[in-house]
Design a protein. Structure first.
Length: 83
């Protein structure tokens, strides 16, 4: 009888260790998935910010060209007026 109880105890101990290991692995996988998801979102946000900055740079360059054009035209008008 003592042998049966000892075997049951050993099996219980082994199964609890096994289930604890499986739970640890599952938690580890979920943490990795969460980290990958957050990293992906972060990279996506960075790409969006980069595109927005590039768009603003392009708009600024266009404004600078228009400003230079207007400045040149104003200089020509002032020269014609003699002033």
């Amino acid at each position: 009888m003592n042998i049966v109880i000892s075997v049951i105890g050993i099996l219980g101990t082994i199964s609890s260790i096994y289930f604890a290991f499986v739970a640890y692995k599952r938690t580890s996988i979920k943490e990795k998935e969460t980290l990958v998801e957050q990293t992906t979102i972060f990279h996506s946000d960075i790409k969006h910010i980069k595109k927005s900055i590039e768009k603003m740079d392009k708009s600024l360059s266009e404004l600078e060209k228009k400003y230079e054009d207007i400045k040149e035209r104003l200089i020509k008008v002032e020269i014609k007026k003699g002033g």
